[in-house]
Design a protein around this ligand. Structure first.
Ligand code: ZN
Length: 446
């Protein structure tokens, strides 16, 4: 590995070479070609090199790069800014019948941070190994799909394909921090309303097996904090109803609920996303002293935090009742706070799920488009975490979460996130099939 100093020396050396070559070219009308070749892979690498990791995502550079790519394809571009510094880039390929509901392809611009020292290759270098693995933060989540959408459109355009439905690509900020200033604002806008979206695709996840995975729903996160109060007292005294003792009793109740859910997964009767998950994330108690905590004082307050993920069919009222009556009962001097991180039902009060059966004509077209390129889908799943798809589903729009990566380890948010070039290229072909099928299918109105 090069030290920063030697890296600078190398940079200075290469700059001087460029200088000389510029000086030598007397017909300086054309700048020397410093750029790499123009291929789908190099487009992907260039996008990956733009650091859009939190907490300081470079949205400006990402948007200007993607905008230039879209303009080279003749797509219409529009940059919307609902929150300053957080752009939504909207790209449009008008269909021959613009009265039909449109097809929306969504992807987020941002990524989670990376710890470079724990990676084999710099996470923003988009290094491609001899075996074709492209290492970068965002390689799987989800910069691959943004470039695949564009490259698929490039190929379709070169075949003179004309969509019936209008196709939109939305590139949104802040998905990784909840999408509040991104997709959530976008779907509430007049501009979004004007798109008349009939069906959407959003990100999915890699599949270690030979079949693609597809997601028809997300779980909804709730942050639950439970607090106990109790009589303080000397550490030597045994009495009922101290704050910590109170909290521990609740923690046992929560643990039993957790086990009841986890047992179903362990028994192979449900996938991870199909049960309610509860995980303790912090415990706070104790009277602080100089060397840590006072060991002879029973504190008067104690608190614990839990990460809950509700399935789309969880009854939120039943869950609230459980928390109020069993986890933090007022009769035991307990209180609680629930922070709901997103909608649980759509605007009609329906669970946020997209049908994956014959009742949804888009599903049949989607499935057919996958099989027509010789690929297979595994059983549709509920995503264990969340994506921006929930905001679209909240509007009553059918959305499938799909990232065409098979025979690929699941590395989102992990060190050494990478994607193989051949898998990336295959994905473009899959999207060609999906975009052409979904945009020419005319039966479904919504
Ligand atoms: Zn993502």
């Amino acid at each position: 590995m090069a030290t920063p100093q030697s890296h600078f020396r190398f940079l200075a050396f290469s700059l001087s070479i460029i200088h000389i070559s510029l000086f030598l070219s007397t017909t300086a009308t054309q700048l020397p070609l410093l750029e790499e070749q123009d291929t789908p892979i190099t487009h992907f690498q260039r996008y990956l090199r733009i650091n859009t990791a939190h907490p300081t995502p470079d949205y400006t550079s990402a948007v200007s790069f993607l905008k230039a790519q879209a303009q080279s394809l003749g797509l219409k571009t529009q940059t919307l800014e609902f929150v300053q510094g957080k752009p939504v880039l909207l790209l449009t390929w008008p269909g021959s019948n613009p009265s039909l509901p449109s097809l929306l392809l969504n992807s987020h611009l941002d990524s989670v941070p990376a710890e470079p020292e724990k990676w084999l290759h710099n996470p923003f270098s988009a290094h491609r190994t001899a075996s074709g693995a492209i290492f970068a933060r965002g390689a799987q989540d989800d910069k691959c799909i943004a470039i695949q959408y564009l490259e698929a459109i490039r190929n379709l355009k070169s075949q003179s394909f004309t969509p019936h439905r209008t196709i939109h690509i939305s590139l949104v900020p802040d998905e990784e921090i909840g999408g509040i200033d991104g997709a959530a604002k976008f779907v509430e806008s007049e501009e979004f309303n004007g798109l008349n979206v009939g069906f959407a695709l959003d990100e999915g996840q890699a599949s270690p097996g030979d079949e693609f995975r597809v997601f028809y729903s997300d779980r909804v996160p709730w942050n639950v904090k439970i607090r106990a109060k109790g009589r303080p007292g000397h550490g030597s005294r045994m009495y009922d109803g101290s704050a910590v003792e109170n909290l521990m009793e609740s923690v046992e109740v929560v643990s039993r609920f957790r086990e009841s859910q986890f047992d179903v997964v362990k028994a192979g009767k449900a996938l991870n996303g199909e049960v309610v998950s509860v995980n303790p994330v912090y415990v706070k108690a104790g009277v602080v002293s100089e060397d840590g905590f006072a060991m002879n004082v029973q504190p008067s307050e104690a608190e614990a935090g839990f990460d809950l993920r509700l399935t789309p069919t969880t009854d939120p009222e039943e869950m609230r009742r459980r928390i109020a009556e069993e986890w933090a009962p007022a009769v035991r001097n307990m209180s609680y706070e629930i922070i709901e991180k997103g909608p649980l039902r759509d605007y009609m009060g329906r669970p946020l799920m997209t049908a994956t059966d014959d009742s949804n004509p888009w599903w049949s077209v989607f499935k057919q488009a996958i099989t027509s390129v010789g690929e297979k889908l595994s059983r549709p799943e509920i995503l264990a975490s969340t994506t921006d798809a929930r905001y679209l589903r909240q509007k009553g729009i059918p959305v499938l979460g799909f990232s065409p990566m098979k025979n690929t380890p699941i590395l989102l948010h992990d060190h050494n996130e990478h994607l193989k070039d051949t898998v990336f290229m295959k994905g473009i072909q899959v999207y060609e099939s999906l975009i052409s099928s979904l945009s020419t299918f005319t039966e479904a109105s919504h």
